[in-house]
Design a binder for this molecule. Structure first.
Ligand code: NZQ
Ligand code: ZN
Length: 394
């Protein structure tokens, strides 16, 4: 096992009616003016935004609003938000929504606390030295951004989707009421469950420093998400299943399931980000569509981990050797994706990239990572292209 640094400063306020505590939570950070940041309207339709405003009003907190964040959040709105917040004197950002809204808030926070162009951080040409404090009211269990150090933004001029990780962006608090996720369309619930699984799978399929305790937490988390994702297909208002998935989402991406290993693989995420940037697909669905091809491509290099996953997570009967067991595990995972109506290739995702587009994605993925990517197997640009081709059936 490797040394590790586990830092998780976010206060979690979890459970029913917790949104009524927002006013007091924000008051405690001693800010002058809050930006209420949200998406395309689900929080208005559900009444959640109204309840949050009631709570802020009751605590005497002043706020302004900026909605309009879309999935695969746009740099143009980030820039608009930075300008707006400067003009208004905003000193605290409250993200009400999912990963897209939280990531947009993080980007606005970087832009406000640092000089120069915020996109520099996403291009990794310089580091941010500060970020405005951020609070979260989570409405979809998926990205884990409510506790993560990560923000993923799409440059709407170039269609590049890029991530920037820095601990200074970890939210101060996250309010998580599982009931708030009951208004999600089934497709988004399934996308979220996939993303949660993938955040732990990225850390599980590694070739270095594995720890028994980390594996046990990771395997338990993955089994929990699989069980409850299936429950939610038929019973979307099941509070306990919503709660299990929601808390799993935070634990999956706050670093806990990576303690002691070599930092994770994250090639599937890298490959998906290029698909999301070019085709604007839902992140979770994009991951499901690429994962099987990635897994079959790298299994030779990481066979024991795939065999362990097959038995301990997917519950398959061991085959004659680790390779056979591992392949059975991959097939079982794809069966699970189908059971929750997730795609297992690019065609099922609803896209049909040309060879040229596949090459562009592979080339850009290589640029985004600045070198070979992965731990299960280190991928060069030509490996990435082969995985895209497998997923595209070419
Ligand atoms: O915009 P609204 O109207 O709110 O609708 C959203 C959106 O259309 C809807 N939604 C959210 N909560 C809802 C709801 N609809 C009804 N009821 C609710 N309670 O769901 C749609 C998707 O929302 P989004 O925020 O995009 O989903 P998610 O949380 O999956 O975030 C995806 C983004 O996060 C990034 C992804 O790349 C993607 O851009 N990620 C961020 C990470 C991080 N910062 O740590 C890590 C992840 O790996 C991921 O890359
Ligand atoms: Zn993800």
């Amino acid at each position: 096992m490797f040394n590790f640094n586990f830092y998780t400063p976010t206060r979690i306020v979890f459970g029913k009616e917790t949104e009524y505590r927002i006013g007091k939570l924000v008051k405690n950070v001693n800010c002058k003016k809050v930006l209420l940041h949200y998406g395309s309207g689900s929080v208005i339709r559900s009444g959640l935004l109204g309840r949050i405003k009631e709570s802020l009003d009751a605590s005497g907190v002043t706020y302004v609003e900026l909605g309009g964040v879309v999935p695969n959040p746009r740099l143009s709105l980030v820039r608009e938000g930075i300008e707006f917040c400067r003009k208004e004197g905003v000193d605290f950002l409250l993200a009400v929504g999912g990963g897209s809204v939280i990531d947009s808030a993080k980007a606005i926070g970087y832009g406000l606390a640092n000089d120069g162009d915020v996109w520099d951080f996403y291009e990794h040409t310089r580091q941010a030295s500060a970020c405005l404090p951020i609070g979260v009211v989570l409405t979809i269990a998926a990205s884990g951004s409510e506790m993560s150090n990560s923000s993923v933004i799409t440059n709407d001029e170039t269609l590049e989707k890029r991530g920037y990780n820095n601990d200074i962006s970890r939210p101060v608090f996250a309010v998580m009421n599982p009931e708030s996720t009951m208004t999600l369309p089934p497709y988004q619930t399934a996308c979220g469950c996939t993303d949660i699984l993938m955040h732990t799978m990225e850390r599980y399929f590694t070739n270095g420093g594995n720890m028994e305790i980390t594996d046990a937490i990771a395997e338990g988390l993955m089994r929990t998400v699989i069980t409850n994702a299936k429950i939610l297909v038929d019973d979307p208002d099941n509070y306990d299943a919503r709660a299990e998935v929601m808390w799993s989402g935070s634990l999956s991406h706050n670093g806990l399931t990576g303690c002691g290993n070599d930092g994770g693989d994250f090639a599937s995420h890298l490959l998906e980000h290029e698909i999301g940037g070019m085709f604007d697909v839902a992140h979770g669905a994009g991951l499901a569509a690429i994962w099987g091809s990635w897994a079959r491509y790298v299994i030779d290099n990481c066979t024991p981990r795939f065999a362990k996953f097959a038995v301990n997570v997917m519950g398959v009967e061991p085959g004659k050797d680790d390779m056979e067991t591992g392949l059975k595990g991959i097939a079982a995972m794809e069966d699970f994706y189908r059971a929750i109506s997730m795609p297992t290739n690019l065609k099922e995702l609803g896209i049909d990239p040309t060879e040229e587009q596949l090459e562009t994605m592979a080339k850009n993925a290589r640029i985004a990572t600045g070198g070979p990517k992965g731990s299960a197997k280190k991928l060069e640009a030509e490996d990435m292209l082969k995985i895209y081709q497998m997923a595209a059936g070419k």
